[in-house]
Design a protein around this ligand. Structure first.
Ligand code: ADP
Ligand code: MG
Length: 208
């Protein structure tokens, strides 16, 4: 991971959110308040604008900027959750580049930040049901010596499996939990956006 790749990753997330905005909102209309696509789009549009005017000298500074912008631009729960995750990841990466192992090491506090802020555990039908398996897959690959692209591909596949596994769950955190058993049978919108974020990383790293 280096600064250019981090920037390309964030641009790929913004492009994917732009493309999948209606789908994310549709998922949220089933078990939430139909704004997840709008929230993510607002956040990553603001991030694109914020990054256009900056030339950070570390990967971490860029990702902290992403996080700070998400916190201040998204009204919904996902803003502070993703914002604190990107900030936590960024705080670990105080250099112009990071090895896959170093990046794996930085992804862990990102998940911790979401868990700390949202108090969700795996199986509660939230974004952490995609992030948790994605992190495990990334770490396993990185520690086995895989390059960033291979580790990110494994993480994206695991995040998508995690997303699919949220469908039969009953939500225990966030707005969807208000529906009780009626939340069963729908994938979690935040798990879908987390899968999109890891897929964007994989596609960016593979294209490099
Ligand atoms: P809001 O729920 O405020 O409308 P969004 O629609 O943007 O915000 O985001 C909803 C997503 O946020 C959910 O699908 C879920 O993945 C995630 N989420 C909500 N609450 C929590 C929580 N306490 N912990 C982790 N993730 C959460
Ligand atoms: Mg919502």
């Amino acid at each position: 991971m280096d600064i250019d790749l981090a920037r390309a990753w964030v641009q790929a997330i913004a492009a994917a959110v732009d493309q999948r905005k209606d789908h994310l909102t549709q998922l949220d209309s089933a078990i939430g308040d139909a704004d997840h696509g709008v929230n993510m789009h607002r956040g990553f549009s603001a991030v694109t604008t914020a990054l256009d005017g900056t030339d950070p000298d570390t990967v971490g500074a860029l990702l902290v900027k992403v996080g700070t912008t998400l916190v201040s631009s998204i009204g919904g729960a996902s803003g502070p959750l993703y914002g604190s995750a990107f900030r936590a990841i960024g705080k670990m990466l105080d250099a112009p580049r990071a090895t896959p192992q170093e990046f794996a090491h930085a992804l862990a506090p990102g998940l911790d930040a979401i868990r700390k802020l949202g108090a969700a555990t795996p199986g509660d039908k939230t974004m952490i049901d995609a992030y948790t398996p994605a992190l495990a897959a990334f770490q396993q690959q990185a520690h086995a010596g895989a390059d960033l692209a291979a580790a990110a591909l494994a993480a994206a596949d695991a995040a998508e499996d995690g997303l699919r596994a949220t469908t039969p769950l009953q939500a225990r955190k966030g707005r969807a939990s208000y529906l009780g058993a009626r939340s069963i049978g729908h994938p979690d919108p935040g798990a879908a956006s987390t899968a999109l974020i890891f897929r964007a990383l994989a596609e960016t790293a593979v294209a490099r």
